[in-house]
Design a protein around this ligand. Structure first.
Ligand code: DAH
Length: 350
């Protein structure tokens, strides 16, 4: 036993106060456990003072023994109170960390949107299916025969040159009387006219959306790959008036009920007479599409009796329409993939 542990009331009070201060100052439960071990445990000053009681005479022992009891009670009480407070604090912190704020608005992922060209194709298909047309598709790698010959564009015709055709390697097998022909990336959706007419009995009312290719360099108004929508109607006694009415209805449903259209005479190899159709939009006439009556030799090349059936056809570029509807001035923006451009496009309705 050291001097310091000589059991006196003063020594007990000093050890008690030291212990009380440590217990009260403990910032967390670990510190409290440590303080408890130090000041209330078997190796605490109080315990060693207790062990020294035997060296005292009776009167001193009673006095110091009472002080020891009071000190232990005081320490136990303060330790219990501290523990309670620290446990409550620990629970509060944990609950706060685990809390779910049910009033927070949900995190909504950014919403995708249809590409403006696809949106325009959808709108066009809606307009034409509403008029009784059925959408069909055809191959992008097409035979020269379907792309040109079947549409009245023979090998030596200058119209072929205007198409800037991309040929692909290899040859395709074609209908019996044609045999083997070179293959190409279709320059327009018109070859699907021939495909449908050769396999389907009239009456025929189809619209053909799809991608087409030209060996053009991209600039503000041209892309080497773009879209077209072709239309073909073959029925008994169809006239140019039916063509005009059909196109006027489609343009109205696409651009608005009051948009006027005008037909200008034009030339296409696979229609006669032919025209181009403009719509008056945003203060000027905009060229929208080409169209015309299907000539008898195109019908008969596809095995259809031109005395019994008449047809009209039309073709248009959804990119151009999408530029009008979305106020886009450079067609390349449609293929840049710039999300700032794409997410700024909102769906338009006339
Ligand atoms: N195929 C033509 C082009 O690419 C567009 C076209 C014009 C299609 C007149 C037609 C039509 O069906 O009748 O320029």
């Amino acid at each position: 036993m050291t001097d310091r542990d000589q059991p006196t009331v003063d020594a007990v009070i000093a050890a008690r106060d030291e212990g009380l201060a440590a217990l009260q100052a403990a910032p967390d439960l670990d510190a409290l456990d440590a303080a408890k071990r130090t000041h209330m445990g078997k190796r605490s000053t109080l315990a060693s003072l207790q062990r020294g009681l035997g060296t005292l005479d009776d009167a001193e022992r009673r006095e110091v023994g009472r002080a020891l009891n009071e000190a232990r009670e005081a320490l136990a009480e303060v330790e219990a109170r501290s523990r309670q407070a620290l446990e409550a604090e620990r629970d509060r912190v944990q609950l706060a960390a685990e809390a779910v704020d049910v009033t927070l608005p949900p995190r909504t992922p950014p919403r995708g949107a249809l590409h403006p060209v696809l949106e325009t194709i959808d709108a066009l298909l809606d307009a034409f299916t509403g008029l009784g047309y059925t959408p069909v598709t055809g191959p992008e790698v097409e035979s020269e025969w379907h792309n040109f010959e079947a549409l009245n564009i023979p090998a030596d015709h200058p119209a072929r040159g205007l198409m800037d055709t991309i040929y692909v390697q290899g040859l395709g097998a074609e209908p019996d009387q044609v045999g083997i022909t070179p293959m190409l990336l279709r320059t327009h959706t018109s070859p699907v006219q021939a495909r449908v007419l050769r396999t389907q009995e009239p009456p025929v009312y189809i619209v053909v959306p799809g991608r087409v290719y030209r060996s053009d360099v991209a600039d503000a108004t041209h892309l080497p790959a773009f879209h077209q929508i072709e239309g073909l109607a073959v029925d008994r006694s169809l006239s140019f008036a039916d063509l005009r009415g059909t196109l006027a209805a489609a343009v109205r449903s696409l651009l608005g009920p009051d948009v006027p259209i005008r037909l200008r005479p034009h030339h296409f190899q696979f229609t006669e007479p032919s025209c181009e159709v403009d719509a008056y939009y945003d203060g000027h006439w905009m060229e929208l599409l080409g169209a015309g009556m299907v000539p008898p030799n195109v019908l008969s090349a596809c095995g259809i009796d031109p005395d019994a059936w008449q047809g009209f056809a039309f073709g248009m570029g959804p990119e151009r329409l999408a530029m009008m509807r979305h106020g886009v001035t450079d067609i390349r923006q449609f293929v840049d993939g710039d999300l700032r451009f794409l997410s700024a496009q909102t769906t338009v309705s006339p």
